[in-house]
Design a protein around this ligand. Structure first.
Ligand code: HEM
Length: 513
């Protein structure tokens, strides 16, 4: 008898689950939004799970399937997301009508995981208050001060290259070490010196953060696929063991400065100053913050407490963001210029000219390197490290065609697919830095996002990348090692563009040619 009851219960539960899944995989069809067929449970992500396609390719398929639609439907496993296709609509969502799409749409439990209390994951007015206070870290004045420290790390990169020049050099490894030393020294005054000690614990832990192992993959999949459920499960956005290691290092740096009364114009200093204030009052905006100008009208007197935890969350997220993103971009830029000697020559010519005009590889010299800047942009177009932007609708919004995006619906902006659209970038697969001699159309170039929520550290990242490339080109010529497997393949199961194999190159010092 009990057996039969259990069987009936199980069948009923299965029927409910099946109906629920069916309901969700028809979400967009019911709203009249076109989409490619979705598989129960996996939505449109089955090719990613089966290691057949990465997320950029899946989104590109949907983007290309509906060329006349402003939006298309996408299912991230069981979560329906709206893909914004039309570039004018992209611009509205990110900039003009930002007030309807303020948040990134990740669900975190800050009480369980205090380190998730970071700017990228913050929402609403709290985000606005912290963004306003943190933006001044990246003004030209601050970047110039950081640049002096970067120059010291540059010597470390040259020593590393000299030491390894007889062998194949793993570009990602070299650029990863360089990026770590730069962010550690320039923003935190830590000097990890990983270029000298590539096997140090600092480097090993740093590498673990984005390692596409199963544990990391499942945690991140959950965040994207089941945002509310992952919050209930208390998942942390970053691997906890690694983040607590970096928190300890930052805490020690702060204590050391306090004890020895050391002052530096960097991120740690700004954190210490904020902490002394005790809270942030959200009334108006700093004049140095150029991203939030549209929002200036809204005066408010909300007060946000600045706890140790909230500062530590910002600090460790900055440190971690500084490790990998800049390193990968440098890697892909090198990959392209290694294969195109004419571009490499033109870049070196510009670097030499500017160094001569400015009396060295100065901040001003870098600012004037326009072809180098175009090369960085073209690299980001082809290899956007964040292949799609996320938003959640925070206030319902009606499109010109009458379709309404409801509050709480999740949105994706398929940056990688837009970057490969021949309407905006003719011959999109070919690497042509000159195409950026003209400004791209609004809403078509999104490597750092756009609008008030765009990458806060964009100018810092571009500075590091330009500096790393210029310094390298000034001293070395590079070509790909015959051991590098082309075309470079990317991890299908990760949410960023991570190469699956080493990209190796060989270098020659210019004065030795
Ligand atoms: C090449 C390097 C980098 C790339 C390509 C990149 C890209 C991005 C993108 C696409 C976003 C989301 C923008 C949006 O939703 O519109 C973002 C946000 C953010 N990035 Fe970066 N980033 C880079 C480096 C960095 C670095 C070095 C830091 C810290 C030092 C950093 C800190 C942040 C923060 C805090 C946010 C959240 C901003 C907010 O929500 O207000 N990024 N970044």
């Amino acid at each position: 008898m009990i057996g039969i009851a259990l069987l009936v219960l199980a069948i009923t539960a299965l029927a409910y689950a099946f109906n629920w899944i069916k309901y969700w995989t028809k979400y967009w069809e019911k709203k009249g939004v076109k989409c490619l067929p979705a598989v129960p449970i996996f939505g449109n992500c089955l090719p990613m799970v089966l290691n057949k396609k990465n997320v950029s390719e899946i989104m590109e398929d949907i983007y290309n399937a509906f060329p006349d639609e402003p939006v298309a439907g996408y299912y991230e496993f069981l979560t329906p997301r709206l893909l914004i296709r039309d570039n004018e609509l992209v611009q509205k969502v990110l900039v003009k009508d930002f007030g309807h799409f303020v948040d990134h749409g990740f669900e975190v439990d800050e009480k369980k995981n205090p380190l998730d209390n970071q700017l990228f994951l913050m929402t609403g007015n709290k985000w606005r208050a912290f963004r306003t206070k943190m933006a001044p870290l990246f003004t030209s004045g601050k970047l110039k001060t950081m640049y002096d420290v970067m120059n010291e790390v540059g010597n470390g990169l040259l020593e590393y290259m000299d030491k390894n020049k007889a062998n194949d050099i793993d570009i990602r490894e070299a650029m990863g070490l360089f990026s770590m030393d730069i962010i550690g020294s320039a923003a935190f005054g830590i000097n990890p010196a990983v270029l000298k000690n590539p096997d140090s614990e600092f480097r090993v832990k740093g590498k673990q953060i984005n390692d596409p192992n199963w544990r990391n993959l499942i945690r991140i999949w959950f965040f994207f696929a089941f945002p509310k459920f992952s919050k209930k499960l208390g998942f942390s956005f970053q691997p906890r063991a690694v983040t607590s290691y970096f928190c300890n290092i930052i805490r020690n740096a702060i204590d050391y400065r306090k004890k020895n009364k050391i002052q530096r114009n960097d991120f740690v200093q700004m954190m210490m100053q904020l902490k002394e204030k005790g809270n942030i009052e959200l009334k108006t905006l700093d004049s140095t913050d150029d991203y939030l100008k549209d929002e200036l009208n809204e005066a408010s007197t909300e007060i946000f407490e600045i706890t140790d935890d909230v500062l530590m969350a910002q600090a460790q997220s900055f440190l971690i963001a500084g490790f990998e993103a800049t390193a990968l971009l440098l890697t892909y830029a090198m990959l392209e210029i290694c294969q195109k000697p004419d571009i490499q020559d033109a870049l070196r010519k510009e670097v030499l000219e500017q160094v001569k005009l400015n009396g060295g590889l100065t901040y001003e010299a870098l600012k004037n390197m326009k072809y180098l800047e175009q090369t960085v942009k073209e690299t980001q177009r082809i290899y956007p490290l964040v292949p799609f932007l996320t938003r959640v609708c925070t206030k319902s919004y009606t499109l010109p065609n009458g379709f309404t995006i409801e509050k709480g619906e999740y949105l994706y902006i398929p940056a990688a697919a837009i970057h490969m659209d021949p309407t905006f970038y003719p011959d999109p697969k070919t690497f042509k830095p000159e195409r950026f001699a003209e400004q791209p159309k609004p809403g078509t170039f999104l490597p750092f996002g756009e609008g008030p929520r765009m990458c806060i550290a964009m100018r810092y990242a571009i500075l590091v990348i330009k500096y790393g490339l210029a310094l390298f080109l000034l001293n070395y010529r590079a070509k790909l090692s015959p051991s590098t497997k082309l075309p470079v393949k990317f991890h299908n199961r990760a949410f960023g563009n991570f190469p699956t194999e080493k990209i190796l190159f060989n270098i020659e010092k210019h004065n030795e040619e």
